[in-house]
Design a binder for this molecule. Structure first.
Ligand SMILES: *Cc1c(COP(=O)(O)O)cnc(C)c1O
Length: 351
């Protein structure tokens, strides 16, 4: 598959901005090239210098962790930046289309709309299964440049079997994006091992969930060098701050913390699901491979409002098609989950 042919003409022709730190590459002691403040910064933390535009140190560490090459990585201001850039690289506004499998992560549709890209929806089947038959029956896939598969899926929580994703990879004529924001909670292997085989595969991961670093805003795209080259050409030159790069390196150095957090959250997920099943107001707890549960309840709006009055915020997904009656509840600590369960059980008595 020729990636260049999928890319928008103006992006293929693009001559990227060349920053001061791009043009100089080597050893020096006197930096008078980037109009930085020569006196330092108020906290004397070296923040007067622009960050490494290609995050080399961080990418080297991350590449080792993910068992890929640094040149197969793009880092963005959250996964949201990677999602937006995918549209800007591959989709001509008003002409090209994106394929989505709703209910799924809302940012795909928002990024499509911002970029003037038409959305083709193939809704998930019963119990949020992948609509494989509908996909294989699609006749005209020519203007489809992107497909987003979120696995484990937000908000349903389930993974799609790898064989089904592989069949999409084998037949889809455009870029296949697999969003693995929650993969660490699933026990399923990541698809990053397939990027050598499929130049059109883009795997998204993030520091926001298992790594516990949502505040630093750092998303990861793993893809073939051909695709990463376009990401690098289109991204703002200094899109990842020095503070974020440092914090991410520290987090990567503490793999034990992440592994432990994932283990605790998976344990709590099991306990919370079992306890919710016992609640009178709960009609169904969907199986979850993520760090949240999709829970069908009798009166979602009322329960949402009551929880909120008591200071507990969950996500009301009851207006999302195929999620009627559902709240999405992030797995909390034992203490937080107990507060939630106590509230739900007292509500049972008063309704
Ligand atoms: C939370 C989440 C992300 C992460 O987004 P960031 O911008 O990296 O914080 C990505 N995809 C899905 C499906 C998510 O739920």
């Amino acid at each position: 598959m020729n990636i260049d042919l999928l890319v928008r003409e103006n992006i293929r022709q693009l001559r990227p901005y060349s920053s001061a730190r791009d043009e100089f590459n080597g050893e020096a002691s006197v930096f008078l090239d980037a109009n930085e403040n020569c006196l330092g910064d108020p906290e004397e933390k070296g923040m007067n210098r622009y960050p490494d535009p290609f995050q080399r140190k961080l990418k080297n560490a991350l590449a080792k962790r993910l068992n890929v090459s640094p040149s197969q990585l793009f880092l963005g201001n959250g996964s949201d930046e990677a999602i937006d850039l995918l549209f800007r690289i591959f989709c001509d506004p008003g002409t090209d289309k994106v394929l989505l499998f709703p209910p799924t992560y809302g940012m795909y549709a928002v990024a499509a709309s911002i970029n003037g890209v038409e959305i083709v929806n193939l809704p998930l089947g019963p119990d949020f299964t992948f609509p494989e038959k509908d996909f294989s029956r699609m006749k005209d896939q020519r203007q489809l440049k992107l497909v987003f598969i979120c696995s484990p899926n937000n908000p349903s929580g389930n993974c799609f079997p790898a064989e089904q994703i592989l069949r999409v990879l084998d037949t889809f004529p455009g870029i296949v994006v697999v969003d693995e924001a929650y993969v660490h909670f699933s026990g399923q292997p990541s698809l990053t091992g397939l990027i050598e085989k499929y130049p059109n595969l883009v795997v998204l991961q993030t520091f926001s969930k298992a790594m516990g670093m949502a505040g630093i805003r750092l998303g990861i795209a793993v893809a073939s060098r051909q695709v990463i080259r376009y990401f690098n050409a289109v991204k703002p030159p200094y899109n990842i701050s020095t503070l974020t790069q440092k914090a991410a390196l520290n987090a990567l150095a503490n793999e034990t913390w992440t592994d432990n957090a994932v283990r605790i959250i998976i344990t709590n997920r099991k306990l919370l699901a079992a306890a919710l099943e016992q609640c009178k107001l709960v009609e169904k707890v969907y199986p979850s491979d993520a760090n949240f549960l999709l829970v069908k309840v009798r009166d979602p709006k009322k329960i949402y409002a009551s929880l909120l009055r008591a200071g507990v915020v969950v996500r009301d997904r009851s207006d999302v098609p195929l999620c009627e009656g559902c709240l999405r509840i992030t797995i909390g600590t034992m203490e937080q989950n107990t507060i939630l369960l106590n509230l739900l059980n007292t509500l049972t008595l008063t309704t």
